[in-house]
Design a protein around this ligand. Sequence first.
Ligand code: ACO
Length: 326
Amino acid sequence: MTQFYRAKVAGIGAYLPERVVTNDELAARIDTSNEWIIERTGIHRRHVAADDEATSDLALNAAVAALDSAGMDAQDVDLIVLATTTPDSTFPATATKVQAALGITHGAAFDVQAVCAGFVYALSVANNQIVLGQAKNALVIGAETFTRLLDWDDRGTCVLFGDGAGAVVLAGEPLDGDANQRGVLSTHLHSDGRHYNLLYVDGGPSTTQDTGHVRMLGPEVFKHAVNKLSHVVHEALEANGMEANDIAWFVPHQANKRIIDGTAKKLGVPMDKVILTVQDHANTSAASIPLALEAGVADGRIKEGELILIEAIGGGLSWGAGVIRW
Ligand code: ACO
């Protein structure tokens, strides 16, 4: 594809609901324990949205913070791509609510659904729009009130997830011929719908007419995750003529510390180059990568010009990776 522009990450923002639920709180309600959850998942706590907080509220807070960090006026944004599995309503797109709340009436706003891989998909779509000159400045948001999909009697799933939102501002800049020009270098997307029944929600508008709950065959998902993530990371590195040790920071989807450890081991990546937030956020689905990126930027680990690799897998199965020069 002929590229005319590069999509630079101009800003990043995050939002976590105020309420924190510890493993012990869950253990008081269901047959589980703090020790079991930490040992099998690395999760210590998660944030849970207030009853009157919707996905669009979380997304808006993250978007405002991202625009602020970019020093950009909302009126300069002409594309909003919002990755979510938990939209405010079946339609319209939650992105249009965020657009209206930001006072934007031009350009396009839409949602992308790829569950836990959603942020990588949204970044890919927005990047392609910018690269071709069809959008100038994009807000890419991952936002979830995932706990609303949980069956709180199913201990195999309800301990794993949390709520939150993260956003990046992508700004199109003409390609300047500098090999180190900042921005998204490549994205790589995959799906294999044969694995639909490993991780899904048992409801929906065209079937049960209700929202349904998350159902998962955990050990099966685990095996696919480590294999498919290491493959797609290799693909992303190869596409850029890079090796794992060229990457400054690996920012994986935060599903389970054991999946992250297993994938890093398979790739030969030391854990001190991996940004981890799963202990504090649990799995926030499409929000987990931008939340982890924001954590890495906020504490000074991720610096301008460094190479970042993001990767994620989720229901579908759908998975992907991306390389960014930050
Ligand atoms: N507390 C205590 N015991 C539990 C709990 C719990 N919360 N959940 C399950 N168990 C029990 C099971 O009932 C089972 O008991 P049994 O042996 O008496 O039947 C035992 O623990 C082992 O169950 P497994 O499911 O085999 O446990 P496993 O070690 O595989 O861990 C887990 C389960 C954490 C879900 C793991 O399979 C996993 O992480 N899978 C990946 C799934 C994932 O992360 N999904 C997130 C979405 S997809 C994504 O984002 C990649």
